[in-house]
Write a protein that binds this ligand. Structure first.
Ligand SMILES: *Cc1c(COP(=O)(O)O)cnc(C)c1O
Length: 324
């Protein structure tokens, strides 16, 4: 079997050129309280402040911007109940491409409304009875639509890598970098930028403890499939890595760590109370992961990607209040 072509840092640079003036160059935040507590210098890349509230806009826009005129006319299709849907919908609106998004009929009304608000045609399906991948493929074949998957895609990975590229360009080399991990698009893009801009930097992916398929895959040397994990981190409820993301992660990652739901809630409270940042549970994986190995990074410079901030406010209030 021939290996699929993997994106490189040159592809991340090309993505950054496409995104210039379109995506936000998100701020890098610091907290003296946290630095004193951990004895480290920690730099947060706040993708919660990216357009549509998560890094997903970067990969979606980078993919859609490269559509041919025929692909643009026919439109894009994506399936997602979360941030990828909104990223594709917003990128499609900016580029004038019709977007169809398949969402489970029981997805939060707020997320369906937000996706429709970006102008997408939302098609709902029964997640217990219908196979979304088959539905997506059928829509793609019948209407000539181009399917853009959430993580296992050359241009999506390259786009996601632009967040870490901006971080290194702003703060210089780091000793370690911690990134949330679901299907691995963000982590693989991050690895491409880290290897090019800070080759000594150790890069860690952090996934929910209940869904540690990537950690298992790394230990085993092949992609492990699991049942949909039950976790607060709804952006990382993936069942397996992709072929492209696994190849890059296996080649370049230092290690994969996990965080419990309780650790995510603790990080959410810290972001809210000390840094005044609303971060969704999945976006807290990086900080929660660092805290499990903080001793090793005393006296070092550490980066953390805050991947997103989309959380229903009532839910957010409940989570931060319950953990008191
Ligand atoms: C999608 C998502 C992730 C996981 O990204 P992958 O590329 O699937 O690994 C992490 N955090 C947030 C907020 C997300 O939306």
């Amino acid at each position: 079997m021939t290996q699929p072509a993997l994106p490189t840092f040159a592809d991340v640079e090309a993505a950054a050129a496409r995104l210039r003036g379109v995506s936000h160059k998100t701020p890098v935040l610091t907290s003296t309280t946290l630095n004193d507590l951990l004895g480290a210098e920690v730099y947060f890349k706040a993708e919660s402040l990216q357009r549509m509230g998560a890094f997903k806009f970067r990969g979606a826009y980078n993919a859609l911007a490269q559509f041919s005129p025929e692909q643009r006319r026919a439109g894009v299709v994506a399936f997602s109940s979360g941030n990828h849907a909104q990223g594709v919908a917003l990128a499609a609106r900016i580029l004038g491409i019709p977007a169809t998004i398949l969402m489970p009929s029981d997805a939060p009304a707020m997320k369906i409304a937000a996706t429709r608000g970006y102008g997408a045609n939302v098609v709902t399906y029964d997640r217990y009875k219908e196979d979304r991948e088959a539905l997506g493929r059928k829509l793609a074949e019948d209407g000539g639509l181009t399917l853009v998957p959430p993580y296992d895609h050359f241009d999506v990975i390259a786009g996601q890598g632009t967040a870490a590229k901006e971080l290194f360009e702003e703060v210089g080399a780091l000793d370690a970098l911690f990134a949330p991990l679901g299907g691995g698009g963000l982590l693989s893009g991050t690895l491409l930028s880290a290897k090019a801009l800070a080759p000594q930097c150790q890069v860690f992916g952090v996934e929910p403890e209940a869904g540690n398929d990537a950690q298992q895959s790394l230990r085993k040397g092949s992609i492990v499939h699991i049942d949909t994990p039950v976790t607060l981190a709804d952006g990382a409820q993936t069942q397996h890595l992709g072929n492209l993301t696994f190849a890059i992660i296996q080649r370049d990652v230092t290690d994969i760590l996990t965080a419990t739901d309780a650790e995510l809630v603790e990080a959410m409270r810290f972001f809210g109370s000390r840094m005044k940042q609303v971060v969704e549970p999945t976006g807290c994986l990086g900080l929660a992961g660092l805290k499990t190995v903080a001793e090793q990074w005393r006296g070092k410079r550490v980066g953390i990607i805050i991947s997103g901030g989309n959380v229903d406010l009532a839910r957010y209030a409940q989570l931060v209040a319950d953990s008191a």
